[in-house]
Design a protein around this ligand. Structure first.
Ligand SMILES: Cc1cc2nc3c(=O)[nH]c(=O)nc-3n(C[C@H](O)[C@H](O)[C@H](O)COP(=O)(O)OP(=O)(O)OC[C@H]3O[C@@H](n4cnc5c(N)ncnc54)[C@H](O)[C@@H]3O)c2cc1C
Length: 338
């Protein structure tokens, strides 16, 4: 059980800046994100696209913004817990208990939900039986590529992830690439490479095919794929990989007893607290009259939510308004004092 002042759900730009605001007022926090990387939509959806409306930064990419936000909180040494989704919350006296999908527990006087449009989840195979083999022989992401060495792997998808993994795994595995269209969405250089590997018999390619059946007892043994014209092919494989992109799901947040309106959480604009005391919502996930789903709005919301958290974390102390330029205590927390 990790005890802290605030747990931030979501390591997107809003959650990261809120952590900075908590740090400068002397609160501790832990950040949790479902993704395997930090940065939310900026990193997952547009890492290389330039953003032009961050105040005082004429142009920066999603990745640069994330790196700078991380640099700004480095001094506080807050822990960021990746690859885990906050699943459950419950009240424990005046605190909140949170449990993640990896069974990590937190006890905190505050929760700041900076969950954006929800957690990003892989789009999965529509064949229900695939669930039985998930994380065993059916995968939607790869953590350890060595498990596929000398095995037969069927990769489904037509985007960059499918193509890149097909190319990479073909070095040590027998790869079958299956896509429901003739055209691929991935980079043309990767498509050329796939065609070349097919010619060299290093990749078997099936287009206009979709998964129609999966079979095996405890272990996956084979699949059937069906062509648009109805023709069916049986393939013996050891592993099945699907790369169909991501969907966003509010998921467990919907079960936390919060008011929810059109997949957003209404808040008061004084502190960004929700209908539950000690739970705040900021960034794309919160709603109030005039809300703009912009990063700059999330920064402002995070600053006010941080101050709201202070009252619950340190009820006997009074928070004074101070500038970072002149406050001795803030400068000390930032490691800038002499
Ligand atoms: C293509 C594109 C271009 C954009 N361009 C601009 C722009 O130019 N300027 C601008 O201001 N905005 C832009 N935006 C919008 C901007 O990216 C969002 O407003 C911003 O990312 C919202 O930040 P956030 O921190 O609220 O949420 P997000 O960035 O969505 O991050 C939320 C994080 O919470 C995590 N999460 C959710 N639920 C859970 C849970 N239960 N447990 C653990 N983790 C969870 C998610 O995995 C995610 O990482 C753009 C968006 C897109 C898609």
């Amino acid at each position: 059980m990790i005890k802290t002042d605030v747990v931030i759900v979501g390591a997107g730009p809003t959650g990261l800046f809120c952590a900075h605001q908590l740090g400068i007022i002397g609160l501790k926090c832990e950040i949790v994100d479902n993704l395997d990387k930090i940065g939310g939509q900026c990193i997952e959806l547009y890492p290389e696209k330039p953003i032009y409306d961050i105040p005082a930064i004429p142009e920066c990419t999603g990745e640069e913004l994330t790196n700078n936000l991380l640099k700004q909180i480095e001094v506080f040494k807050f822990k960021i817990h990746l690859n885990q989704r906050v699943e459950k919350i419950s009240k424990e006296g005046s605190n909140w208990k949170l449990t993640t999908s990896t069974q990590q527990d937190f006890l905190s006087s505050n929760i700041v939900i900076a969950g954006g449009v929800g957690s990003f989840e892989p789009r999965k195979f529509s064949i229900k039986e695939c669930e039985k083999y998930e994380n065993n022989s059916v995968f939607y992401s790869i953590k350890d590529k060595s498990i596929f060495n000398s095995k037969t792997v069927a990769i489904f998808g037509g985007g960059d992830s499918a193509l890149d993994w097909a190319i990479e795994l073909s070095k040590n595995s027998k790869v079958i690439l299956v896509h429901r269209r003739d055209e691929f969405r991935g980079a043309s250089s990767s498509v050329d490479k796939i065609k070349q590997l097919e010619k060299e018999n290093k990749i078997e390619l099936f287009t206009k095919y979709q998964l129609s059946k999966i079979s095996g007892d405890n272990n996956l043994e084979g699949i059937e794929i069906k062509h648009d014209d109805g023709k069916v092919k049986s393939l013996k494989i050891n592993y099945l990989l699907g790369f169909f992109g991501l969907i966003m799901q509010l998921g467990p947040i919907l079960d936390w007893g919060l008011n929810v309106d059109k997949k957003t959480i209404p808040v008061n604009t004084e502190s960004f607290e929700t209908n539950q005391k000690g739970i705040f919502a900021i960034g794309d996930i919160c709603s109030y009259p005039g809300k703009l789903k912009l990063i700059l709005s999330g920064f402002h919301e995070g600053a006010l939510a941080a101050r709201g958290c202070f009252k619950n974390a340190k009820p006997d102390e009074k928070l004074r308004f101070e500038f970072t330029t002149t406050s001795k205590s803030i400068l000390k927390r930032l490691g800038k004092s002499n």
